[in-house]
Design a protein around this ligand. Structure first.
Ligand code: ATP
Ligand code: MG
Length: 189
């Protein structure tokens, strides 16, 4: 199977993530896309919501798409969540798969600072999803990556958290089930 892995903090998952994954799934004819919430992202300060809440929201958000799923790969591993470990573990557990790592246009230039980038690039191919506000020029010289055009949605988790904290609506920015979960659990207030 040709599987896309989309890693992230997903604090929370929003329609921008889902549309980016759908663009890549269709453009590269992926059999499935697994969304992989990081337990402890190495490159940023701690997420607001717990790993379990973020994973649950990803499960809710992906449940309506027959090819999308949530992966608990990084939740079960101790220590920081390194993508190279996630991809090599995936390939060990799914020996027939080829992995396409999906990153947004803002994340792609950071990849050279990740753990063992050369080993990572050897294990999988990279798809860079268009993200509004990020131009393709930012990616000039990017090695071994397929750039996938939009339509992209100008939504960020940062904005979702800020809107919830100020009592603003997040309807039509996240799936309804995610908005309900955030309200019920009182997240990001
Ligand atoms: P935050 O504002 O907290 O950084 P975020 O919206 O950037 O959240 P992340 O969890 O950091 O979401 O992103 C996970 C992955 O999804 C990254 O590769 C990121 O580039 C990509 N991504 C996030 N939002 C979009 C979007 N609207 N369009 C395309 N890609 C996106
Ligand atoms: Mg981000």
């Amino acid at each position: 199977m040709k599987v896309g892995l989309l890693g992230g903090t997903f604090d929370p998952i929003h329609l921008g993530h889902l549309r980016a994954a759908e663009n890549v799934r269709e453009a590269l004819s992926l059999d499935r896309v697994a969304f992989v919430p990081a337990r402890t992202p190495p490159h940023r300060k701690g997420p607001r919501a717990t790993p379990l809440d973020r994973y649950t929201m990803v499960t809710v958000a992906t449940s309506g798409h027959p090819s999308f799923s949530a992966s608990d790969a990084e939740l079960l591993r101790e220590g920081p969540s390194y993508t190279v470990d996630t991809v090599s573990e995936w390939l060990r557990e799914h020996p027939g798969d080829s992995v396409v790592l999906i990153v947004g246009a803002d994340t792609y230039p950071e990849m050279t600072t990740w753990k063992e980038p050369e080993r990572l690039f050897a294990l999988c191919s990279i798809a860079v999803a268009a993200r509004p506000g990020q131009t393709v020029a930012d990616l000039a010289g990017a090695p071994r990556a397929e750039i996938v055009a939009g339509p992209g949605l100008p939504i960020s988790s940062t904005e979702i958290r800020q809107r919830v904290a100020s009592g603003c609506s997040i309807r039509y920015l996240v799936p309804d089930g995610v908005a309900d979960y955030i309200a019920k659990r009182g997240l990001y207030r």
